[in-house]
Ligand binder design. Structure first.
Ligand code: MIG
Length: 676
């Protein structure tokens, strides 16, 4: 059951698709205490054994207890355990306690476009406090259905997902492997990447184009000096099974004569300052304007700009910098220069010196700047900070809707950096600028199930890490997790060490892992679509399917992938083995260079070895997992032959979803049982 409570005057976020009548004002929420409705503050006294799941893209554990989290879309290249805000704002959480005496399960969704703070036993160990300083908000309270056929945890997620609507489904090729690098500048650079992959028999479906393909970082332009004929280049690569995925940034360069800027300015489509002039801030192209995506006309206009690239044969995009990230504004920069100037020639003491050192980075995405411009909501001016979290989401929606118009019959790939619940219907996300660290590999394991709860099924982290130098073993171990993430992309910043699958020599090890992805493609695609259609989670924590098993509930480094697979990735350097917990009997599968070995295992704990060039996964009791037989010969997803499948596991049949890989007509009717 879902109940809606509304507090204050709300601003439509577009997050939910079901219209539920709000409880009469004064009605009391079944759980916790409403301390104040404006500003909003709600608290809940947690029992010792209560677990808290959710919040989508956030750091720390699957169980979010013991942390402070804030929904405030942020550009966070230096994320760690102490980071409170990420690129996405996903205000969904579940409180769960499965113990016989204190059993509890309910989920909450705080539908707000503003900053929301979740103090989950951080200030006070036993207290969960949710607060928002601004605007009105809707709170949805979800309790398990008495007649459910699955665990309470899976049930409340499914109800929530029905509330927020069906998640985005990309074309099938987007489940192939993608190579990216901030630093591929020219056609020759990209061709070299493709050639290396092909030469080393490493399957590949796409190469991303980062900001360097543009003319002076201007959206929807192509630098002819670097890509003389993008249309024929993209057509040529496509014949080879490789697609190009260009980046689109939120900021539009201020430059007289640049058509996108000129038109946006003339029509009044950009965000404005209080005095009505266009708000500008420095980002990649220097001074830039920001489309007011809350204005439907402006959103449509920006979305239709993608046609300039779809006309060149492009059918995939990534949207970046749409928190929106702001490097500086003229005002903030001036203030810093003044302040730095005031220190010149001074004898800096302990106080003044530490005021001085952070100054040069203090202009990044400041609250003052977010408070200095306005957007149009139903004809009314609303200050940006009050609806900040919607910016990237509305950009994704604008792009997604336009791409549907431009390509009514074929799905287009779209993923974004910033997000807010609602945008999960229009695109996927990558999880931003992580680092080449083992901690960030482990973090992805914990983030993935939360993203799935929140409806962001098409997601993944930069494999190998974005910042810093990666190592060969880290890329291999990260790929072994990436095999199972819907978005499987190796991406890296310009100043890191090369980390493509051919960059470390002895490419057979990399080929071994990549080919498993292609062997599992029919399973991954099928499980993904089935999860989307049913509102389920493609990736789940163990405890969601084994809630009676406390050990499974507390397990944070193993995951369920689709109906039939459990994974237990290696995420420590120099570890050739790890403990794996089997909540029930399973088939242990080792994939190594196309060779499969299986072993039946009973419930219990095992110390499992995994060679660097191998992937070990487990097939659940009663399940059958299909593998494409021709994966070792496939250069891209197009080569995978779904009519020739092998099967692992002791189930009797597998429900396979399959289609042409592009259709927008996706239905349960395309699911057929296959088997040995
Ligand atoms: O501030 O376009 O997260 O993936 O390579 C850096 C350059 C801007 C941030 C993205 C990253 C991308 C980079 N961008």
């Amino acid at each position: 059951m879902i109940e809606r409570f509304t507090f204050g005057t709300t601003i439509q976020t577009g997050a939910v698709v079901q219209e539920l009548e709000a409880a009469p004002s004064g009605a009391v929420m079944q759980f916790g205490t409403l301390c104040s409705s404006s500003p909003f503050k709600w608290t809940y006294r947690m029992d010792r054994g209560d677990m808290v799941f959710g919040l989508g893209e956030q750091m720390k554990g699957i169980n979010k207890r013991g942390g402070l989290y804030e929904s405030w879309c942020s550009d966070v290249p230096n994320q760690d355990e102490f980071t409170h805000s990420m690129y996405g704002a996903h205000n969904f959480l579940i409180v769960y306690n499965g113990s016989r005496f204190n059993s509890i399960c309910f989920a909450l969704f705080f539908d707000s476009p503003a900053r929301v703070r979740f103090d989950i036993g951080w200030s006070k160990e036993e207290e969960l406090a949710v607060s928002s300083a601004d605007t009105g908000l809707d709170v949805y309270v979800i309790t398990p259905a008495p007649d459910r056929l699955e665990s309470e945890l899976n049930d409340v997620v499914r109800q929530y997902r029905q509330l927020i609507g069906q998640s985005y489904i990309p074309p099938r090729w987007a489940f192939g492997f993608q190579q990216s690098r901030w630093g591929y500048k020219t056609e020759a650079d990209v061709q070299e990447v493709v050639d290396q992959y092909r030469k080393n028999k490493l399957p590949l479906d796409a190469v991303c184009l980062d900001i360097d393909y543009m003319e002076q970082y201007k959206d929807f332009t192509v630098d002819k000096a670097k890509f003389p004929d993008l249309a024929s280049f993209s057509a040529k690569l496509k014949e080879d099974g490789v697609r190009l995925i260009p980046i689109i940034d939120a900021g539009v360069k201020v430059q007289p004569g640049y058509d996108v800027y000129e038109e946006g300015r003339e029509k009044g489509y950009f965000c404005k300052k209080e005095d009505g002039s266009d708000f500008t801030a420095g980002v990649w192209p220097g001074e830039s304007c920001f489309t007011d995506f809350m204005n439907p006309e402006a959103a449509k206009w920006f979305g239709m700009q993608y046609k300039k690239l779809t006309d060149l044969g492009i059918d995939g995009f990534w949207n970046d910098m749409n928190e929106p990230a702001l490097f500086y504004t003229k005002d903030s920069l001036q203030a810093v220069f003044d302040k730095i100037g005031s220190f010149a020639g001074q004898n800096l003491d302990i106080d003044s010196f530490f005021q001085f050192t952070p100054l040069s980075s203090s202009t990044f995405s400041t609250m003052e700047d977010y408070k200095s411009f306005y957007q149009t909501v139903n004809g009314e001016k609303i200050r940006h900070d009050r609806i900040h979290n919607l910016y990237g989401a509305m950009m994704t929606k604008a792009a997604g809707e336009a791409l549907r118009t431009l390509s009514p019959d074929r799905r287009i790939l779209l993923y974004s950096r910033a997000s807010c619940t609602g945008s999960h219907r229009y695109g996927g996300i990558w999880t931003g600028d992580n680092k080449s660290s083992w901690e960030h590999l482990e973090q992805e394991i914990k983030m993935l199930p939360s993203l799935n709860m929140a409806g962001y099924l098409y997601s993944g982290a930069d494999i190998g890490g974005f910042g810093e130098d990666s190592t060969r073993d880290l890329v291999l171990r990260w790929l072994a997790l990436g095999v199972f993430t819907p978005l499987m992309r190796n991406h890296c910043a310009w100043n890191g060490r090369n980390q493509e699958c051919y960059a470390f020599g002895d490419t057979e090890d990399f080929r071994s892992i990549l080919t498993l992805r292609y062997a599992l493609l029919p399973y991954i695609y099928s499980e993904f679509v089935k999860a989307v259609l049913s509102g389920g989670m493609y990736i789940r924590p163990l405890g969601f399917d084994y809630p009676e098993d406390h050990h499974a509930l507390e397990c944070e480094d193993q995951l369920l992938v689709g109906e039939g697979i459990m994974i237990a990735p290696i995420y420590r350097q120099n570890a050739s083995s790890r403990y794996v917990y089997l909540p029930e009997a399973m088939t242990k599968v080792t994939w190594q260079r196309g060779k499969i070995t299986t072993e039946e295992k009973g419930k219990g704990s095992y110390f499992v070895s995994v060679a660097l060039d191998a992937v070990v996964f487990f097939v659940r009791k009663g399940c059958l997992v299909p593998l494409a037989k021709n994966a070792m010969e496939a250069a891209s997803s197009a080569d995978i032959d779904e009519s020739k499948l092998g099967f692992i596991g002791n189930g009797t049949g597998y429900r396979l979803y399959s289609d042409d890989g592009f259709t927008r007509e996706i239905s349960k009717l395309s699911i057929h049982t296959v088997g040995r």
